[in-house]
Design a protein around this ligand. Sequence first.
Ligand code: PLP
Length: 433
Amino acid sequence: MTAPGSLHARHRAVMPEWLSLYYREPLELTHGEGRHVWDTEGRRYLDFFGGILTTMTAHALPEVTKAVAEQAGRILHTSTLYLDRHMVELAERVAALSGIPDARVFFTTSGTEANDAALLLATTYRRSNQILAMRNSYHGRSFSSIGITGNASWSPTSLSPLQTLYVHGGVRTRGPYAHLSDERFTRACVADLEDMLGQTHGNVAALIAEPVQGVGGFTAPPDGLYAAFRDVLAPRGILWISDEVQTGWGRTGDHFWGWQAHAENGPPDVLTFAKGIGNGMAIGGVVARAEIMNCLDANSISTFGGSPVTMAAGLANLTHLLEHDLQGNARRVGGLLIERLRAVTAGLPAVREVRGRGLMIAIELAEPDGSPSPRAASLALELARERGLLIGKGGREADVLRIAPPLSLTIAEAEEGATILAEVLRQVRDTPG
Ligand code: PLP
């Protein structure tokens, strides 16, 4: 029951219904430090969701706070009509890191806008409004990114201006593909892709894919699947757009970008990023070869994309990430965490699978009959919160717990979180549906 006059009641009265909140009694956070956040009652939580994969390095990272305060004290906003030192420097760093030759960078204020820009570039460059997207994908909430989001529960409208064809290759943990080996699954998905291409009118602009599906429940394709797709797409000139909004900046541990796990055919043609780079400040962007980036022939600026305060934050955050090898930390601590989670949840019937790479880890939950369990996931979220741990939820059936802490997570914190999750999942087992 929501208390009349409470912030929650006021939220419900004035915000859209579809802007859903986590928790029966939604949390109001006041501040954070390192991997922890505090609520208005002074309770401390270990943040295993890193905001929403936005707090990449740490909460209240001193270098970022200082960079923001200094820039805010000088000037809050100029515009992309003028030069800005931080913006150029961040673009240089991102271009060099992207792996894309002759790269150009365009900054936006979100992942959605970054994907919008990528779609604008790909459709203009290829003179086609046909896009291939993966089933179970999520790419944002603008009209065009909704049009390429492959799950109706995340797409409030089907009236997309794009013609989208949905490709297999995302979800495999359930359904007709579940029992196939990686090789047979890959062959089936490639055959599906070729079949799709046979059904299109004229040329297709691009395929957009998340290297690991984020909102879709941290599901990764088998090694070699995207490379096999590119063997089909590249000879036809179809561009590859890698949506790195969740997988970028070393989150997956082994690689700086998710595409590098599928690098047989080189870097993508277009890469989009957002979330972690600003450590919570609103930065998104798109990287593409100059030839693609420069195909637009009218001015197309973003008023707030590349804003000086966000650029200063991004630069300080990226510098910290690289100097402290947080990708290496994600690999090491993430590796231990996933092992630990597998050990402590072994034999628990509610746990269908623990999977992940680096600090992008999922626990998929099931009912005793093996069907997806959104009930168990919601319950686990509440129970974890009661024990001082914040986690995320996701998956096609909302049956997946998502774990994506700041990349500076310590081994002790990983142990603490795993112990809490084991208690939570035992309690979920003992709570009848
Ligand atoms: N792409 C992916 C892979 C995402 O996970 C998200 C958000 O969760 C987006 C794009 C949209 O980003 P934003 O919410 O910053 O617009």
